[in-house]
Design a protein around this ligand. Structure first.
Ligand code: CP
Length: 342
């Protein structure tokens, strides 16, 4: 259902990827990044989605994901529309999700969806099955469980950092925070496991521990794992051997009790003092937005990768859109042509 003609079509879950899919997507992203850095390459890129239109339906707030998806379409020469207020669409008049999406399929060539309710995106796929045109649907964040494009940009960032060290294979990663409700953390764990990470250690309180699906996926993939109840404990135990620390914030938007002070407990804050105990090659990532868990005092530390992550969001999303829209070979050809011209 997620593939068409033997290639990725709808992309909702990181776990739907085979390792080859990730290798290919990251390779395409790196080519797009290289092309975009030169005026000839940027011109060639603008032909990739020329004449194509992408609708971005964001039912939840976003800064990075929405803007980088639109920048990605822009750099490939396509046109974008953004709808952020679903209450201002005809769904407010009782139109079903299925019919709304069938309308989108008549007007656009791909649909990017972020919604708090994972069922919304699944109903979109169902609507397309009923309709006469099955445009690709790409998730930009689905409920509290999946953020597939965030995991691609995180993997691209880590691959860049570990290029001369064999990539993800054999690495050890600490993932910190509200794992149960952090879709970026969950999706990254799936992606790291698919790419052959050696171990993922969790740092979280018991109520925010990873769910059974994630735990079982790691077991099946042969990834070692343990859980710590504070960063101090994790760093004291194995911090000097961590190749990366992935920080996340407390996902308070899912709390029913509103009005609580924002931010996580000191147990899950990466202080500069704890950072001194990490190796000088340890990569520090965060999907952002951050609250208090990764203080600004990290900003001058060369291990911090958060701005590379933001930047890579454009290339990873452009690669994914080019792939699901059948334009991956055009990117490769433009890249080869640039290489041939020296
Ligand atoms: N990382 C991330 O998804 O950020 P936004 O919510 O701003 O898109």
């Amino acid at each position: 259902m997620l593939e068409e003609e033997g290639r990725l079509h709808h992309v909702l879950y990181t776990a739907q990827f085979r390792r080859d899919d990730i290798v290919s997507l990251l390779g395409t992203a790196a080519m797009i990044r290289e092309l975009a850095a030169t005026s000839t390459g940027a011109r060639a890129l603008r032909g990739v989605l020329e004449g194509k239109r992408v609708m971005h339906l964001f039912g939840q707030p976003s800064t990075r994901t929405a803007q980088s998806f639109m920048a990605a379409v822009d750099c490939l020469g396509g046109k974008t529309q953004l709808l952020t207020d679903l209450g201002n669409s005809s769904m407010a008049k009782g139109e079903t999700v299925e019919d709304s999406v069938r309308v989108m399929a008549e007007l656009f060539d791909a649909l990017v969806i972020r919604h708090a309710d994972a069922e919304f995106t699944l109903r979109a796929l169902w609507g397309l099955r009923l309709g006469r045109r099955s445009i690709p649907v790409v998730s930009a964040g689905m409920g509290p469980t999946e953020h597939v494009t965030q995991s691609l940009l995180d993997l691209l960032t880590l691959q860049d950092a570990w290029q001369s060290q064999g990539g993800v294979r054999g690495k050890r990663v600490l993932i910190v925070g509200d794992i149960a409700r952090n879709r970026a953390a969950r999706s990254l764990a799936f992606g790291l496991a698919i790419c052959g990470v050696e171990r993922i250690d969790w740092v979280c309180s018991k109520i925010y521990a990873p769910d059974a699906l994630v735990a079982e996926f790691l077991v099946q993939a042969g990834v070692a794992s343990s859980t710590y109840e504070s960063l101090a404990q994790a760093v004291a135990s194995s911090g000097d051997r961590a190749d990366a620390v992935y920080m996340t914030r407390l996902q308070q938007e899912w709390d029913t009790q509103k009005g609580a002070a924002l931010g996580t407990s000191e147990d899950f804050v990466l202080t500069r003092k704890l950072g001194e105990k990490l190796s000088e090659n340890c990569q520090i990532l965060h999907p952002l937005p951050r609250v208090n868990e990764l203080p600004d005092s990290w900003d001058s530390d060369p291990r911090l990768r958060i701005w590379d992550q933001v930047n890579n969001g454009v290339w990873a999303r452009a690669a994914l859109l080019a792939t699901v829209m059948g334009k991956q070979d055009e990117v490769a050809a433009a890249h080869q042509s640039m290489r041939n011209q020296g």
